[in-house]
Design a binder for this molecule. Structure first.
Ligand code: NAI
Ligand code: MG
Length: 338
């Protein structure tokens, strides 16, 4: 049997980390029938005139699942983020970003186990921006809905409870944003009553940033709105080894897209320097989603071996091994764990 999965390598370091991930997936022995789409973002604009062609969306609707590399978004101008569009068009409302210490990666804190549940379709990413030429005023609407908030909150609590996590923290700015953040907080507080076995608290976003860099071990599952979740997940990535090692999943009722937290890293693109661990761990999440637990465990154990040995590390982890060599070494260790 083979799994039909849409493959979107993206741009920047995307193609390099995708090649590395495919090498490691091959070592697990799980068979995939990849439906590959090379053109996204700027490359798709050049070829098709739009950054996210319909056939890519259709492909994911058909396969139900995608593995995706990063796609560059022009800053302050140009087309709307392909990443945001994909999440909205496929209604991938839950962005799950596990930031867990990996044995062997040296960081200021050990035993961090944070899981960020970011609302992925609304808030300040709704795309409701306008510019009033007469008064030179720019607006951006942070629209959130009760239903949209409820479903990510429910997703987080249900995940925490089935995976034996102890604690859920809702992160907000309800002191200032009384209607939007206020509604999100109230819904989380109400929902917490259904889970008496889970410890529950709330933190205001600015305080949460400070708490996470001082006593991160006090937190487990964090549920929050779109922008706060985006920022907190990069912060949390920094606690466990940086953007090179942190995975992510975008989950909806029908489809799932697995992609790393990091972007296209133009500063190191095309140089065989990128750490593919983040996308490899996203593929590990994909294997768990498919029920391929043994293969997923082999990837996890292989990564623990690599980082504990400390001989084959990419630049971001203080080594000088290339993306492809890292993948080759990891593939050997993954096979050993099957
Ligand atoms: P970035 O995540 O691409 O890079 C930030 C820093 O982390 C850079 O110094 C980079 O070299 C380093 N880094 C990132 N991933 C790494 C890896 N795998 N191995 C080693 N080092 C790594 O963020 P930046 O520079 O703010 O954004 C670049 C572009 O990526 C922008 O166009 C942005 O819109 C896009 N982006 C796309 C995302 C996606 O496709 N889901 C997510 C985040 C950003
Ligand atoms: Mg981000």
């Amino acid at each position: 049997m083979s799994y039909r999965v849409s493959l979107l390598p993206g741009d920047g370091i995307g193609p390099e980390v995708t090649d590395a991930t495919l090498k490691v997936l091959e070592a697990t022995g799980v068979k995939f029938d990849w439906v590959r789409h090379e053109y996204l973002g700027a490359a798709a604009v050049e070829k098709y005139g739009i950054p996210l062609p319909d056939h890519v969306i259709e492909s994911i609707r058909e396969t139900g699942i995608a593995l995706k590399g990063p796609v560059t978004t022009p800053v302050g101008k140009g087309f709307k983020s392909v990443n945001v569009q994909l999440r909205q068009k496929l209604d991938l409302y839950a962005n799950v970003r596990p930031c867990k210490s990996l044995p062997g990666i040296k960081t200021p804190f050990q035993n961090i186990d944070l899981l960020i549940f970011r609302e992925n379709t609304e808030g300040l990413y709704s795309g409701l921006e306008s510019y009033d030429e007469r008064h030179d005023i720019a607006d951006s609407i942070a629209r959130i809905s009760k239903a949209g908030s409820q479903r990510i909150i429910e997703f987080c609590f249900s995940y925490a409870s089935t995976h034996n996590y102890k604690k859920v923290t809702v992160v907000h700015k309800a002191n200032i944003l009384k209607l939007t953040s206020g509604m999100f907080l109230k819904l989380a507080q109400d929902h917490a009553l259904n889970y008496p076995g889970l410890e529950f608290n709330d933190r205001i976003i600015d305080n949460m940033c400070m708490q996470l860099v001082v006593r991160p071990w006090e937190y487990n599952c964090i549920v929050t709105t779109n922008l706060f979740g985006d920022i907190l997940s990069d912060l949390a990535a920094g606690l466990v080894g940086g953007l090179g090692v942190v995975a992510g999943a975008n989950i909806g009722a029908k489809y799932a897209v697995f992609e790393a937290v990091h972007g296209s890293a133009p500063d190191i693109a095309g140089q065989n320097k990128a750490n593919p661990t983040a996308l490899i761990r996203s593929s590990e999440m994909m294997l768990r989603h498919l029920g391929e637990t043994k293969a997923a465990d082999a990837i996890h154990d292989g990564l623990v071996d690599i980082y504990t040995e400390g001989k084959y590390l990419t630049g971001d982890q203080g080594g000088n091994v290339g993306t492809d060599e890292f993948a080759r070494q990891l593939a050997i260790r993954v096979s050993n764990h099957l």
